[in-house]
Structure formats: structure tokens, C-alpha cells
Design a protein around this ligand. Structure first.
Ligand code: CMC
Length: 428
């Protein structure tokens, strides 16, 4: 007999079905709760609410496990490329040689962005934040490629929109970087693989293709793979929520980019470097900053520490920490903030405040240090997170559409005024 959960309200008991996932995680299905009891559940921040059944990413926060489509993140980070992982997330299986070549070729065909988009792009002030530019530019792709607006797209048409978005996102990200320098954009080179092409458009020059250090290409692949999906986090839930109204892919992803921007989510990688810089400028006394983070009257938080689901360690942080040491050594970069980061990490990991609350370094703690070593300015870090997260967002949007999930519409408990009498403005 299948397991049920019983709930007692007053003198009445109700049985609710229990759902078990393929990794044995369990949920009480409350989808009929209001119909049968008149009650809803409340769970601010969705800390304990499963919003969907998904076959894309599994993570176990207690054990520090992360898998994409059943493959461990450790194995994918060490053995595959970002494009392979993108294919895996979006289509469900690792590609064969023929499939990956076709995928790469299809993407290469669509790397150019409509030239009229540049006029729109030119309008941004040169100092405007890259995330604001990215979110607006990705949404505006829907104006330049309006076939995406048809919510009844066939699978083939939908796939073309997916390919276009993957292709154009890398081009747009490189435009944003070039604009921040006041340099001319570099057009895509379709003979290059996805990551090398992105690096060439970013660090190359208009007239000549530059040689990109394989250490840089490999580090970039690892970083993008580690960020590629993370199940129902704030930005992914946003993409699914916006997409559930049958809104087009570009607009849904643009909403996800906005959600990612905040310092409690993807914006933490920028915030970590800013924090490390402040500690350095303040004399490098890490104990002082640890105490600030612990002080309930001080709003300061140790950026890059803590996670909603990882309560043991963040497996991505372990991989990144190792990659960070390798990249810095191979590129011969000696970054003083790395020392501060290591001291901070050691101090926090032995401090009861952080130990009791299970606050460990997350993916963002070390990613910024690598991005910096690769030559990216701080305010580009979250844009790079978005570039990595794109295949995950697309896979989740596609899954939600294919499963014909209903429009997202939570309920609430109203706690405001009841039946107030209207008073004319002259008498208030
Ligand atoms: N520094 C100091 N105290 C912290 C921190 C921190 N970074 N994070 C959590 N706490 C404390 C918090 O004050 C609370 O203490 P108490 O129980 O005494 O009130 C307790 O730990 C639980 O915190 P919470 O805010 O209820 O936890 P949450 O699950 O709602 O928030 C988080 C998770 C990631 C938003 C939070 O840990 C945080 O703000 N971290 C810093 C920002 C950061 O690094 N974000 C990147 C997350 S990883 C990238 C991604 O996937 O987005």
C-alpha cells in the first residue's frame, strides 16, 4: 500500500498522498488540501515547499551531493565541456560525437545578433550595471526574433529559439564587456568552440584572433559547468513562474537574470570580492569582520557563506577552490585577497556561530577570485554566472512547458484591515 500522511484539523482527520522521488526524497502532496479541508499551507520563502517534480538536477544539501541528469558534478566538471553539459541538461542525455558537432554547428549559425540591437545597446550609459543591460538585451531579443512570441510553437520551432538564445547570449555578454572598456565589439568566429569563441569575443580584438591560454579555456568551462543548474533556486523558480503564463523564452530568461542579480543569489560573487577588498583596505583584520557578521545589530553578512539547501558543504565550492589554486598558479597571479579569503574561511569554519548554523563557503566564495585572475572586472561576475546558468534555465523552462504545468499562482493569508468605511478626501 502506498504511504499516506494524515493531518488532524479539529476532530477530523484527512489522509494525504506521499510522493517519493527517484533519490528517495519524500513529499506530502497537498494539492487537494484546500478542496478537502478549506485550509492552505504557508511557507514564507518556500523553505519547505516543492513547487514541481523535475528530472533535471538532484541535490542533497545534507550530504553535499549535486548531480545533473544523474551525473555527479565532480565527474562533469573534470571530464566534460560546458556545451556537452548544456546539451545534457536541455535534452536529457550526454550527446554523441555526431550530436555535439551538430549542436555546436547549429549554435555557430546563430551567434550574430541583429545589427539594429546595437542602436538599442548604444543607449545604455557606459557605467550602467552589466546585469541591467543583460536582462534588457535578452528580453529585447523577443522583438528582433518575434517568432518566439508564439506560445504554440512546435518542438522544432521552440528548439530553434533555444539554439538562438544559447548562441546570442555569449555574443551579448561579450558586447557588454567591450562596452565597459569603450572598445569596439568583436564579431563571433564560427570555427571556434563555444567557450573559446566567447573568450575571443571578450578578450580579442576586432582585427585579429588572439591565442587563448588553454588554462583559461579549461577554467572557464569548469566555472560555467558548475553554475549550469541548481534546481528550484530563486532565479530558476522565476523563469518557471514567468514561463508558466506561456510567456516567451527570452522574456522568461530575462526575468531569471533579474532574479539572479541580487546579492543574496548570483550577485554574491561580486559582493564577495567587494567584501574582501574592504577587509584588505581596512587592514586585513579578519576577526573583526567575523565578529561583525555574528553581531545581530550589524546588518553585515559574510558574503559567500551559507546556503539555503547546503548544510554540510557546497560541492561546487570544493571544486572551485581547487581550480582557483591551479589557475592562479598556472597564470602566475599573486592576489592578496586570496590570503584574506583563506584566513576568513579558516576562521569561520572553526567559529561556533558558523558551525552551529552550518554556514560553509558556497560557490560564490572562490568563483570571483578566478574571474578576477582571468581578467574580468567585478561587475561582470554575475553576468558570467548568468551565462553558465542559461542551459539550466532553458531546461527548466522546457520541462515546465512539456509537462504542461499550470500557471504559478500561490495563495496568501490576508492580515490587513477588514471592512473600512470610505471617507471623502476633504474629511480625512
Ligand atoms: N553571514 C552571517 N550570518 C549568516 C549568513 C552569513 N553569510 N548566512 C546566514 N546567516 C545566519 C542568519 O543570520 C541566521 O542566523 P539566526 O538563526 O541567528 O537568525 C542563520 O544563519 C540562518 O540564516 P537564514 O538567512 O535564515 O538562511 P537562508 O537559508 O534564508 O539564507 C542565504 C541563505 C544564502 C541567503 C544566506 O546564507 C546569505 O545571505 N548568505 C550570504 C549571501 C551569499 O553568499 N549568497 C550566495 C548563495 S550561493 C549562490 C546561489 O546559489 O545563489
Amino acid at each position: 500500500m502506498s504511504e499516506t500522511a494524515s493531518i488532524k484539523l479539529g476532530d477530523k482527520s484527512y489522509n494525504l498522498p506521499v510522493i517519493t522521488g527517484s533519490e528517495d526524497e519524500s513529499a506530502i502532496d497537498i494539492s487537494k488540501l484546500r478542496d478537502i479541508t478549506g485550509y492552505i499551507t504557508i511557507d514564507s520563502g518556500y523553505k519547505n515547499t516543492g513547487a514541481t517534480k523535475s528530472a533535471i538536477t538532484f541535490l542533497d544539501g545534507e550530504k553535499g551531493i549535486l548531480k545533473y541528469r544523474g551525473y555527479s558534478i565532480e565527474e562533469l566538471a573534470s571530464k566534460s565541456t560546458f556545451l556537452e553539459v548544456a546539451y545534457l541538461l536541455i535534452y536529457g542525455d550526454l550527446p554523441t560525437q555526431v550530436e555535439i558537432e551538430k549542436f555546436q554547428k547549429d549554435i555557430s549559425r546563430h551567434t550574430l545578433v541583429h545589427e539594429d540591437m546595437k542602436k538599442f545597446f548604444d543607449g545604455f550609459p557606459s557605467k550602467s550595471h552589466p546585469m541591467g543591460q543583460l536582462s534588457s538585451l535578452i528580453c529585447s531579443l523577443s522583438s528582433f526574433y518575434p517568432e518566439s512570441l508564439n506560445s504554440g510553437q512546435t518542438a522544432e520551432e521552440q528548439n530553434l529559439t533555444i539554439i538562438k538564445l544559447l548562441a546570442k547570449m555569449a555574443t551579448v555578454v561579450s558586447w557588454i564587456y567591450k562596452k565597459s572598456l569603450g572598445h569596439p565589439i568583436v564579431y563571433p568566429q564560427n570555427k571556434l568552440d563555444y567557450v573559446t569563441n566567447f573568450l575571443n569575443m571578450t578578450f580579442g580584438q576586432r582585427t585579429e584572433e588572439i591565442e587563448i591560454d588553454p588554462v583559461v579555456v579549461s577554467a572557464m568551462n569548469v566555472l560555467l559547468i558548475l553554475h549550469a543548474d541548481h534546481e528550484q533556486n530563486c532565479s530558476t523558480s522565476t523563469v518557471r513562474m514567468v514561463g508558466s503564463s506561456e510567456c516567451n523564452l527570452y522574456a522568461s530568461i530575462s526575468a531569471g537574470i533579474s532574479a539572479l542579480w541580487g546579492p543574496l543569489h548570483g550577485g554574491a560573487n561580486q559582493a564577495v570580492i567587494e567584501m574582501l577588498e574592504s577587509i584588505k583596505a581596512d587592514g586585513g583584520d579578519t576577526d573583526k569582520w567575523i565578529n561583525k557578521a555574528k553581531d545581530k545589530n550589524d546588518s553585515f553578512r559574510l558574503m559567500g557563506f551559507g546556503h539555503r539547501v547546503y548544510k554540510n558543504f557546497d560541492p561546487r565550492a570544493n571544486i572551485i577552490k581547487k581550480a582557483c589554486d591551479e589557475v592562479l598558479e598556472k597564470l602566475g597571479v599573486n592576489d592578496p585577497i586570496l590570503e584574506i579569503a583563506k584566513k576568513l574561511e579558516a576562521a569561520a569554519l572553526s567559529d561556533p556561530y558558523f558551525v552551529e548554523r552550518k554556514l560553509y563557503p558556497n560557490v560564490d566564495f572562490y568563483s570571483g577570485i578566478i574571474y578576477r585572475a582571468l581578467g574580468f572586472p567585478t561587475d561582470m561576475f554575475t553576468v558570467l554566472f548568468a551565462l553558465g546558468r542559461l542551459p539550466g534555465w532553458i531546461a527548466q523552462w522546457k520541462e515546465m512547458r512539456e509537462n504542461k504545468e499550470p500557471i504559478g499562482r500561490p495563495r496568501q493569508i490576508y492580515v490587513g484591515e477588514v471592512n473600512r468605511e470610505f471617507v471623502e478626501i476633504s474629511k480625512r
